[in-house]
Write a protein that binds this ligand. Structure first.
Ligand SMILES: CC(C)(COP(=O)(O)OP(=O)(O)OC[C@H]1O[C@@H](n2cnc3c(N)ncnc32)[C@H](O)[C@@H]1OP(=O)(O)O)[C@@H](O)C(=O)NCCC(=O)NCCS
Length: 215
């Protein structure tokens, strides 16, 4: 029997677990959570055991770990931790996630139910596509990018590393010569309609999306 760890037992981890179970739990392999919060009072969540990182490593044979943590820098740190420890990174892909032609996705992606990546798309490491989000043709997505539920990334959009696209946000399509660019670490607020490039590190909200002024 091998263990498969879902790193993170909070909201997103609990949403990922049934998808991972459908994909991996066969031949006696067993899905567990990994959570480093030692203050928790329970040893199971939704019937799955919770291990700390150290107890997971001690548990013996494992297939790998999927990092179900929305925070991109934390996700990157945990992926490095796995790599250093020689633990494989698992992909999670819902059986109804759609992937078109000529799509390349880096390691550690999680594609939740009803997410779609259409055709001729490049995506970096640690990508999360939450339920009902999509990435359309000719998009180029960096490392550790997160699409929240229902985020709509239309064609020829470039999203740089660590950017976060909130629930239901819509990104206007670009063109091959003039893609719409979301800068590194930018945050697109839920429901925003993004019609212009978003500078790195900035947060935008509204329709049309404007910079959120920091108070
Ligand atoms: C945009 C966002 C990052 C701003 O968060 P924040 O920096 O903590 O900002 P605050 O909540 O303090 O809000 C600041 C102001 O912007 C408004 N605001 C916040 N988010 C907004 C949004 N998405 N659209 C329009 N207005 C928004 C608030 O009402 C507040 O207005 P006020 O100053 O008039 O009271 C956040 O609200 C957001 O949209 N996050 C994405 C959430 C999401 O998609 N979650 C998915 C979970 S799976």
């Amino acid at each position: 029997m091998r263990l498969i760890g879902i790193y993170g037992a909070s909201g997103f981890g609990r949403e990922v677990m049934p998808i991972a179970r459908e994909q991996y739990e066969r031949n006696g392999d067993r899905l567990v959570f990994i959570d480093d919060d030692t203050t928790r009072s329970v040893d199971r969540v939704n019937k799955h055991e919770i291990f700390t990182w150290d107890s997971f490593l001690r548990a013996g044979s494992f297939l790998g770990v999927a990092i179900a943590i929305a925070d991109a820098p934390v996700r990157e740190k945990l992926m490095e931790r796995c790599t250093k420890a020689g633990v494989a990174i698992c992909e999670i892909r819902a059986s109804n996630a759609v992937i078109g032609d000529d799509v390349l996705i880096g390691e550690g992606s999680i594609l939740q139910p009803f997410s779609s990546i259409t055709s001729n798309v490049r995506i970096g490491r640690g990508f999360h596509a939450n339920i009902y989000s999509y990435v359309a043709h000719d998009c180029i997505i960096g490392d550790f990018v997160t699409l929240a539920p229902g985020a709509k990334c239309n064609g020829n959009v470039h999203i740089h590393d660590y950017a976060y696209v909130g629930t239901g946000a819509i990104l206007r399509q670009g063109t091959a010569e003039n893609p719409l660019v979301v800068g590194a670490g930018a945050v697109i607020g839920m429901g925003a309609v993004v019609t212009k490039n978003v500078p790195p590190g900035e947060t935008v909200i509204g329709n049309p999306a404007r910079l959120l002024q920091k108070k």
